[in-house]
Design a protein. Structure first.
Length: 302
């Protein structure tokens, strides 16, 4: 299929490469085409368009993967945006994590032009994007989902690509997921710093917790890969998780629901951002807590 892609970053680069591997014809827009990740995608066979409008004109499906609601609005509805170049029947698949109310508004604006809009945020981080095993939760019209499915399957794990309901439903589930991601990671960081400070061996502690009630995906996967070696190389940046927790608090306010732990976790990630870790992996929160406690939580191999 003719696929447009806007947002060639940590996630967008490998997602686009996987689309090319699946033999889709890919046209991209990038504000900074000289960046190495953009050049890599172009060298792999993607074509460069001068604007989101031009991407839409060349595509059957346009995917957006940008940081937040304002950026999605800009590339879809702004001057030279996707809707300006859209023909009837085009499918826009926004794979960013944004406010559900914005997704619903874009769905309505697209429908006025005969365009279908899906909110299809992803989970799995940069490693899932590289491996083509992302979990993808899709809201919008089922008909559009069925048409887009072959494209989504180039980026996600087939059994984890799920149609979840009407417009905005994908974003709601993603926000709830990232709420848990952020609060569990914050609690894990606190616990491990306390354990090491009190004299526990990290490997022994994590092995026991991993088969006990305190175990989690975070402890089994993200912390060993990003934190225990001290690299904090981003799979998912602190800035983005902080943003997503803000989206959760906004959604809670809309539905008059209290999220006290989420509010506290967001403050902790704000501390991490203030300490210069905004572009690091969200597990860098542990580094801030380490400095406060005067210990380092590192594996013996690091």
């Amino acid at each position: 299929m003719k696929v447009g892609f806007i947002g060639i970053g940590v996630m967008g680069r490998p997602m686009t490469l996987n689309l090319l591997k699946a033999e889709h014809e890919v046209t991209i827009f990038a504000r900074h085409p000289d960046k190495p990740e953009v050049q890599e995608v172009l060298q792999a066979g993607a074509k460069l368009a001068p604007s989101p409008r031009a991407v839409a004109m060349a595509s059957d499906i346009v995917i957006t993967m940008v940081p937040n609601s304002p950026q999605v609005l800009e590339v879809v509805t702004g001057p030279q945006g996707v809707l300006e170049g859209a023909r009837k029947g085009l499918i826009i698949v926004d794979m960013s994590t944004i406010a559900p109310v914005v997704s619903r508004s874009l769905y309505e604006q697209a429908a006025e032009k005969g365009v279908q809009f899906l909110d299809a945020p992803v989970s799995g981080g940069s490693q899932g994007a590289v491996n083509g095993t992302l979990t993808i939760m899709v809201g919008g019209d089922k008909e559009a989902f069925d048409k887009a499915l072959p494209v989504l399957e180039a980026m996600g794990k087939k059994e984890n690509i799920v149609y979840v309901g009407t417009s905005g439903a994908g974003e709601i589930i993603k926000i709830v997921n990232n709420l848990l991601c952020g609060t569990i990671a914050a609690a894990t960081s606190e616990a491990l710093v306390l354990g090491v400070k009190a004299g526990a061996d990290l490997e022994t502690m994590t092995r026991i917790i991993g088969v006990s009630t305190g175990g989690s995906w975070q402890l089994a996967n993200q912390f060993p890969l990003r934190a225990f070696n001290g690299s904090f190389k981003p799979g998912f940046m602190t800035d983005l998780l902080h943003k997503d927790l803000g989206l959760a608090l906004e959604l809670a306010a809309e539905y008059q629901t209290s999220l006290p732990m989420t509010g506290l976790a967001r403050q902790l990630y704000e501390m991490s951002r203030a300490s210069g870790h905004g572009s690091d992996d969200y597990t860098a929160l542990m580094h801030v807590l380490e400095q406060m406690a005067g210990v380092e939580v590192r594996s013996k191999e690091s």
